[in-house]
Design a protein around this ligand. Structure first.
Ligand code: SF4
Length: 114
């Protein structure tokens, strides 16, 4: 066997590595390309205000430490099941479509993230 010339098995392994390296990179780019518009859209959503009628009805507050009962310590939008944003700043809430809520906020629709 010629030590300088790769065997067909080695060539196949090399081809597989190249394929997975290329495919993995392409998939990563596709995932990022899909994520960027939603991040941009979430950032563009207007902030929910406490003057909003639905916000008032659900006792929404921007600072969970000032939330009325039945609020319990540790409950905040960032760990609510209806929140889909980042742990800080503002993000979308499924109860307030088209608006973003404060990650540190709270409302009486709170449901602990599963
Ligand atoms: Fe925050 Fe959850 Fe109320 Fe939405 S439903 S405002 S995420 S506590």
């Amino acid at each position: 066997m010629n030590k300088d010339k790769p065997s067909s098995g080695q060539q196949l392994d090399s081809s597989r590595r190249r394929f997975f390296a290329t495919a993995g990179g392409a998939i990563g780019v596709a995932v990022l390309a899909n994520a960027i518009p939603s991040i941009t859209q979430a950032a563009d959503l207007p902030h929910l205000t406490t003057d909003d009628p639905t916000a008032k009805a659900l006792n929404y507050v921007e600072d969970n430490t000032k939330a009325p009962a039945p609020h319990q310590a540790g409950q905040e939008c960032s760990n609510c099941n209806f929140y889909t944003g980042a742990a800080t700043g503002y993000g979308p809430c499924q109860l307030f479509v088209g608006k973003s809520v404060n990650a540190k906020g709270w409302c009486s629709g709170y449901a602990k993230k599963a």
